[in-house]
Design a protein around this ligand. Structure first.
Ligand SMILES: Nc1ncnc2c1ncn2[C@@H]1O[C@H](COP(=O)(O)OP(=O)(O)OP(=O)(O)O)[C@@H](O)[C@H]1O
Ligand SMILES: [Mg+2]
Length: 354
């Protein structure tokens, strides 16, 4: 208890020195003036100053000390009518008591507000860390899934009689490509954490889209999806982070595949297109899948919005942040007569924000 008290004193020496001097002056004034003057009411100011200490214990201590000084000076004051003195001292004590009570309450509310604020700061830090973790897992899990699938395919080709070495070699080449992509993604994420700017590659979107389609080819075939592409042959290059833009295309196509597996096999159609006008390139992924309720289209890009049992709801959120960092926009609209079209635009003079 005494050590606590000393700690208070040492933390804010000038505050306590000021309080002691003021209380001393009031005590002297209260003692030498006659009892008809309620000098002790001035102790209220001392208590209010003690609120700066930010400690309810210290405020209570100052309040009690002021009360004690008031009583002591009542007995030390010799002259004046004692009846009026008694009334004045009682009034002063009431004022001191009420002020102390209110000051303690104010301090309690303040402390609660400070606590809420720091809790809020802690929670938003946690959310950022959590989102980052989720996005790392998300970005890396797709190439790893593809690696596993191609590994299995290679094993099958090799154990077939006769073994098909060409197909096995192609599957292994895809594995090497995916491993490289996973490595790239990890490098990018590390860059993101280190707040380095995304790289500024000259991206040929046709090539980027074709690469991604190569990745999902077996998935599309397995799901019996009819794939069409409409890629304008003379697309200008855009500036940006190639791996990130491919990640977006992959996210949109994976979502489309997942939406298509929910409908009858005869009705599964996927159209990937890219076209340019004077100011931008538009890439769109159009599916005839289960579609998105109109009311949901507005919030579909929000993080953690998912309708899939194993979904994280991060794919579209990450895609939007990547595209916006490239100065582009994302959009989603119903497809006619079934399904959805998701797409993005990239400005032709893309400036990548760091
Ligand atoms: N092409 C689509 N057709 C129908 N619904 C879609 C389509 N694309 C996205 N959605 C809906 O939007 C939701 C959010 O998509 P998003 O890709 O962000 O998350 P997810 O696919 O659920 O999980 P993950 O983080 O693994 O990608 C999906 O759960 C799905 O309900
Ligand atoms: Mg998704």
């Amino acid at each position: 208890m005494r050590r606590e008290f000393l700690k208070y004193l040492l933390e804010m020496p000038f505050l306590w020195l000021g309080i002691a001097i003021l209380a001393g002056l009031i005590f002297i004034g209260d003692t030498i003036t006659d009892l008809e003057i309620a000098f002790a009411v001035l102790y209220v100011s001392v208590i209010l100053i003690s609120v700066y200490s930010g400690r309810t214990g210290a405020i209570a201590f100052v309040g009690v000390a002021c009360g004690v000084l008031t009583v002591v000076s009542y007995f030390l004051t010799r002259h004046g009518a004692s009846q009026a003195g008694l009334v004045n001292s009682t009034l002063s004590l009431l004022a001191i008591g009420a002020t102390t009570y209110l000051a303690i309450r104010i301090e309690r509310l303040d402390a609660r507000a400070r606590l809420a604020q720091s809790e809020l700061a802690r929670m938003s830090r946690l959310m950022i860390v959590g989102e980052l973790g989720t996005s790392i897992a998300h970005e890396v899990s797709q190439p790893i899934t593809a690696i596993a699938a191609n590994g299995n395919a290679a094993l099958r080709w090799l154990s077939a009689t006769p073994a098909d070495q060409d197909e096995a070699r192609r599957a292994i080449e895809r594995i090497v490509m995916d491993a490289g992509r996973a490595g790239d993604v990890i490098g990018r994420v590390r860059g993101l954490v280190a707040r380095s700017a995304p790289s500024r590659d000259r991206i040929d979107l046709i090539e980027a889209i074709t690469d991604v389609l190569e990745l999902v080819r077996s998935e599309i075939r397995k799901s019996q999806i009819l794939l069409r592409t409409e890629l304008a042959s003379d697309l200008p290059l855009v500036t940006g982070d190639r791996v990130q833009v491919q990640q977006v295309i992959l996210n949109l196509i994976m979502n489309a595949i997942e939406a298509l597996t929910e409908v009858d096999a005869e009705a599964r159609e996927l159209l990937v297109s890219a076209a340019a006008d004077e100011s931008k390139i538009t890439v769109s992924v159009r599916d005839s899948g289960i579609g998105v309720p109109l009311a949901t289209l507005d919030t579909i890009f929000d993080a953690f919005h998912t309708t899939k049992p194993n979904g994280m709801g991060m794919g579209l959120a990450i895609s939007r942040s990547i595209i916006e960092a490239h100065g582009g926009t994302v959009y989603a609209a119903p497809n006619f007569p079934h399904g959805t079209v998701f797409g993005f635009t990239l400005p032709l003079d893309a400036k990548v924000r760091g």
